[in-house]
Design a binder for this molecule. Structure first.
Ligand code: PAF
Length: 285
């Protein structure tokens, strides 16, 4: 590997050449750019665990519901590369669309019913598009490990299942959510919040802390746990809640009655035009 890091490559061939004979383990951090401290934490984890670190910066058009959203997605490549440089990333793969989705490509990875619940209920096709692009990126990079944020819990779940079901030899590493000082989970979307909505958005974290408190106080009733989140979000009129879920972390199916094992509590809410998600896993121990 040369001394100028990261080496920026944009084609499949350049990526293969850059990784031919690369020291293993190879770690991949797939991103859509607009890198923030949450991404930086994934890069640092990959750097600590892998001999070669690859980041992909690719705004995947197929996972957006509206073409306008793709065009509006922030593109900040110079600062992204600076984040990569600080994290000592070896290779940055920054491809045009047809180097990922080759002309005439028709194959779609269908993650099954889990793609239609929670985030998938309002974003039809989203998780098939994510599963497909992640499969392509894993195929192009051949990493030993790939790093994803736990904030996108359903995405992480889908990716783990794709890798298992399709026998892809990559270990999927989930990394903790990085938060602003007021508890708001870091997301590229936060920059689009109005000042009023930015001030309101930490209600998601407060709701998750409330359900954690209820759990730690011994409450195991799924409906009451959901209500504990709702009672906090209801105090914030700017939050238009889509779902407050208490689900089985293994299947993402909603729990009912008494919860005996772990529970994944997740929330989605719109603040103006910006939809935010967050989650907390409650452990039965
Ligand atoms: O989480 C993201 O940034 C994207 O969904 C991913 C995993 C890079 C696929 O485009």
């Amino acid at each position: 590997m040369g001394t100028e890091r990261p080496l920026v490559v944009s084609t499949r061939t350049e990526l293969r050449t850059a990784l031919a004979g690369a020291a293993r383990p190879v770690g991949l951090v797939p991103t859509m750019g607009a890198l923030h401290e949450g991404h930086a934490s994934l890069l640092r984890r990959a750097r600590a665990e892998c001999a070669t670190v690859v980041v992909s910066v690719f705004v995947n058009p197929t996972q957006f519901e509206r073409p306008g959203d793709v065009a509006a997605y922030p593109r900040t490549l110079p600062s992204d590369l600076e984040v990569c440089r600080r994290a000592a990333v070896d290779v940055a793969f920054v491809p045009p669309v047809d180097e990922v989705h080759v002309p005439g490509a028709t194959t779609v990875v269908d993650p099954g019913p889990v793609a239609s619940i929670l985030e998938g209920a309002t974003r039809p096709g989203h998780f098939a598009a994510v599963a497909t692009v992640v499969t392509i990126l894993l195929g192009l990079t051949g990493p030993d490990r790939a790093y994803f944020g736990e904030k996108d819990a359903q995405q992480l779940h889908v990716v783990r299942h794709v890798v298992r079901d399709l026998a892809i030899a990559t270990e999927i590493v989930g990394c903790p959510t990085i938060r602003e000082p007021d508890g708001l989970a870091m997301s590229s979307r936060n920059a689009r919040l109005t000042p009023e909505d930015r001030a309101a958005a930490p209600v998601l974290r407060r709701a998750l802390l409330a359900v954690r408190d209820a759990w730690e106080a011994g409450d195991r009733d799924a409906d009451r746990l959901r209500a504990a989140m709702r009672s906090v979000t209801a105090s914030e009129p700017r939050a238009q809640v889509d779902y407050a879920s208490v689900a089985d972390p293994g299947t993402l199916a909603e729990l009912s009655g008494r919860v005996d094992g772990d529970a994944l509590c997740s929330l989605a809410a719109a603040f103006g035009a910006v939809r935010l998600i967050d989650n907390e896993t409650l452990r039965a121990r």
